[in-house]
Design a binder for this molecule. Structure first.
Ligand code: HAM
Length: 418
């Protein structure tokens, strides 16, 4: 037997029906906010991610050489591909360009519950807006999604990586070394982060005060101690969230994100019920367009881990509707199978979800299959009834059977047999 690869999954019809349901919830909400769906390729030049993703992502990237010797990566995330697409082909659109996509991404991580090597992200980007309103709108959308998903126990932690970088600049930490500090803080290694700074020759008290800023967390009031343009920007974002009635957020200056491209407000959403892999969403503002050959276009976005969101929803009690079919058509004997297929086609033309018996089953086995497929009705095609232009319609729930004109079937089935 050939096994599927570690960290990848097969999805059964029941699982796919749940996943499609969640996709349609996400599409519906995104469209309501004016985001437009796009798609980008699964494979990209690996340099797209090498330029600014940071060591965490690069270590986990699937990279291979194609037959032309080009270095190709399976995309580990969607932001860089979307901005590449924007720079190359979408830059004439009126700004902000608000887009979303729901697509698989790949990271070579150690698999565990909620952590896969192939997983789906629901990614949203507002390209070309650098205002507190643009950041706040994304936070409101993300929190709206959590509410629609029935998640009551979540935390939205908001920080500002620009404020931390500003402190690092003031202390004289070279720009190219700052990400190392941020990665240590992202992994909550405060002592190592502080040592990293003193090793660079930064005075102990300055190092401690930078680490101290990263430890600021709590309600909006904790921002009072921070001054300057960036702090004011963040205060405005928080005040918009407060007036939108958002209850889930808290300030956490320790949110610095694992990817290197962020420049401003950043945030993460946790669903603590998920245990170790509790982060269901992450995002923030950044600018990648110049790096990919375009002009400076500030952007902001986020990505939900689709699979984690689904697990969190199920833990919170969400149940997708059970799969069902409206009608199962079966022939009493082989002589009626042509008519059976004709009736199935007629029902489908009328928008009725219909299966026909493809196995030449007898009635009792056919009805068993219909029940297993959660069919509302069975349509039994027999030679005697057929001669009179009729069939038997069986209500699968009550077991009640009526003889009816074939032409009346669509209406009867739609009305639930009444
Ligand atoms: P990220 O935090 O690397 O951000 O990933 C976003 C989300 O993907 C995470 O919060 C998590 O829920 C999910 N995720 C990450 N790794 C795995 C995994 N191995 N298995 C299952 N789920 C996982 C980004 O990718 C940024 N591009 C987000 C963004 C968009 N920033 C701005 N725009």
């Amino acid at each position: 037997m050939i096994q599927r690869l570690k960290g990848t999954r097969d999805f059964s019809p029941e699982e796919m029906s749940k996943r499609r349901r969640l996709e349609s919830i996400l599409r519906e909400i995104s469209l309501r906010y004016g985001f437009r769906e796009i798609q980008t390729p699964v494979i990209e030049s690996s340099e797209l991610f090498v330029l600014k993703s940071g060591p965490g992502i690069l270590e986990e990237m699937y990279v291979f050489k194609d037959k032309g010797g080009r270095e190709i990566a399976l995309r580990p995330e969607l932001t860089a591909p979307i901005i590449r697409f924007f720079v190359n082909e979408l830059s004439n659109y009126p700004l902000p360009l608000k887009v979303f996509c729901i697509s698989p991404v790949f990271r070579y991580e150690e698999p565990q519950s909620g952590r896969y090597r192939e997983f789906v992200q629901y990614d949203v980007e507002t390209i070309g807006a650098e205002t507190p309103e643009a950041d706040a709108e994304l936070l409101i959308l993300a929190s709206d999604i959590c509410s629609k998903a029935g998640l009551k126990n979540i935390r939205i932690r908001i920080g500002h990586v620009g404020i931390i970088r500003e402190k690092l600049d003031e202390a004289g930490v070279p720009a190219e070394r700052q990400s190392e500090f941020l990665h240590l803080m992202d992994r909550k290694k405060q002592d190592e982060a502080s040592k990293f700074l003193t090793d660079l020759g930064i005075a102990r008290d300055v190092a401690d005060s930078i680490v101290g800023v990263c430890q600021i967390s709590g309600g909006a009031g904790v921002l009072d101690s921070l001054k300057g343009e960036r702090a004011d920007y963040m205060k405005k974002v928080i005040s918009i969230l407060k007036s939108s009635g958002n209850r889930f957020f808290q300030v956490d200056m320790g949110v610095v994100r694992g990817l290197d491209y962020y420049t401003g407000v950043v945030f993460e959403i946790d669903a603590p019920d998920l245990g170790a892999e509790k982060q269901i969403c992450g995002g923030g503002s950044y600018s990648l367009s110049r790096l990919f050959g375009g002009t400076y276009v500030p952007s902001t976005g986020f990505a939900f881990g689709f699979d984690r969101l689904l697990i969190a929803m199920e833990k919170a009690g969400w149940k997708a509707e059970k799969e069902h079919i409206d009608a199962f058509v079966l022939a009493v004997s082989a002589g009626e199978s042509g008519k059976m297929m004709e009736i199935a086609a007629m029902l489908r033309d009328n928008g009725i979800i219909t299966e026909a018996d493809l196995m030449g089953r007898n009635i009792s086995k056919g009805l068993k299959y219909a029940a297993a497929r959660n069919a509302s009705f069975a349509v039994i095609v027999g030679s005697k009834e057929m001669a009179a232009g009729k069939v038997t319609l069986r209500n699968m729930k009550s077991g009640k059977q009526v003889e009816t004109e074939t032409s009346l079937l669509p209406e009867l089935i739609k009305k639930g047999g009444k």
